[in-house]
Ligand binder design. Structure first.
Ligand SMILES: [Zn+2]
Length: 372
């Protein structure tokens, strides 16, 4: 009898585990540069473990983002530094956070009440045109790659740069096929529209837009058109709505466009001098607190629009927290995810729908791509 009761208790616990995914968080920059201990609640930044728990996010995609002014081997070195910073976090606090390599890992780690960290890289320049480097990233536990950042590189065009290749080159197509074969999620946030359609013509697996919103509501090139959102849904993929002010509210979009234009500067530095330059940029961005218009209701409107275009199974959340300067009012940090859920409930979304948007859909893609 006692065993039966125990079995029921375990089955209930199993059923109750909610997976909360945010498919794009930039917090590893703070862990590497500021030596932030994210197991402690912090008054700065948007993300730490106590605030993730409050907001119901237990499976963050941490981007190991390297600015595009890191060229060639420098970009690989910086990626490894970020990977090392993540490892130090896992090794110091195994009782709170662990690396997840697939959807089954996410569920197992979440069931033990820990944070399941999925590692991604943000920018194809980080592989230095070398599939061997891509494979080594996979072996280091990295399970997704955003194909470009703000600038085009040798094999793919970016949405915020002059087109150079008319989308994806032949080598770029090889990269997508190799990611499919390895079990790494192809992330099409940041790529040009043509690159996006080229990816869809090549990929055999669902892809994600880890942190993009709807161009119909805020006309910036980083957002997706309705046609792209429809095509993404047909591919089985997911769009993770970005909370950046310019992504959400057209009144903030002009500032975003101006900021994109500014990123042209590329220092002729290497090694520690380059790191110091990059770290100063990071600190300057943290200091800037622009006045903005975006609110939690804007975020809910983008989720709702994407659901209307793509259907309930193809929309997720990719906040870009710790990578955006001014989060929306009412959605100031990751603990406030509950406010977005409440705004969606007000629009008539049911709890099962909300669970799909806040994790279920992206977990499904992770399972399909990694195979478990
Ligand atoms: Zn980004």
């Amino acid at each position: 009898m006692r065993i039966v009761l125990l079995w029921f208790a375990l089955a209930r616990l199993h059923a109750q585990i909610n997976i909360g995914i945010d498919s794009h968080i930039d917090t590893m920059q703070r862990v590497l540069i500021d030596r932030t201990d994210i197991t402690q609640r912090s008054p700065v930044g948007h993300v730490d473990i106590p605030r993730m728990r409050e907001g119901g996010v237990n499976a963050p995609f941490f981007a190991l983002w390297v600015p595009t002014y890191y060229k060639g081997a420098e970009a690989i070195r910086r990626t490894l530094d970020l990977r090392d910073a993540a490892q130090r976090l896992f090794d110091t606090h195994p009782e709170q956070i662990a690396l997840a390599l697939n959807a089954a890992d996410v569920e197992r780690i979440a069931r033990s009440r820990r944070i399941a960290a999925i590692l991604t890289i943000e920018g194809g320049h980080q592989i230095d045109d070398d599939l061997g480097v891509l494979r080594m990233y996979y072996r280091l536990g990295i399970r997704s790659m955003t194909l470009t950042h703000f600038r085009h590189h040798n094999w793919a065009d970016s949405s915020t740069d002059e087109p150079m290749h008319n989308g994806l080159t032949e080598f770029g197509k090889e990269v997508v096929r190799e990611m499919n074969r390895l079990g790494m999620i192809v992330d099409i946030s940041h790529v040009s529209d043509k690159t996006f359609y080229d990816v869809l013509s090549v990929t055999a697996k669902p892809v994600i837009a880890s942190h993009s919103s709807c161009r119909e509501l805020s006309d910036v090139p980083r957002n997706m058109t309705d046609d792209m959102i429809r095509a993404l849904a047909k591919n089985g993929g997911v769009i993770g709505i970005n909370f950046g002010e310019g992504f959400l509210n057209p009144k903030d979009a002009e500032t975003l466009k101006a900021n994109i234009a500014k990123i042209a500067e590329e220092p002729a530095l290497t090694g520690k001098a380059l790191d110091q330059y990059s770290e100063q940029q990071h600190r300057d961005e943290q200091m800037s607190k622009p006045a903005t218009y975006a609110t939690v209701d804007d975020a809910a409107a983008h989720v709702d629009h994407a659901v209307k275009i793509a259907g309930i199974d193809h929309v997720g959340i990719g906040s870009d927290f710790d990578g955006i300067s001014a989060p929306p009012k009412g959605l100031e940090d990751i603990s406030k995810m509950t406010a977005l859920a409440a705004a969606l409930r007000k629009k008539g979304y049911s709890d099962p729908d909300i669970r799909k948007i806040f994790g279920g859909n992206t977990l499904r893609v992770l399972r399909e791509v990694t195979g478990k």
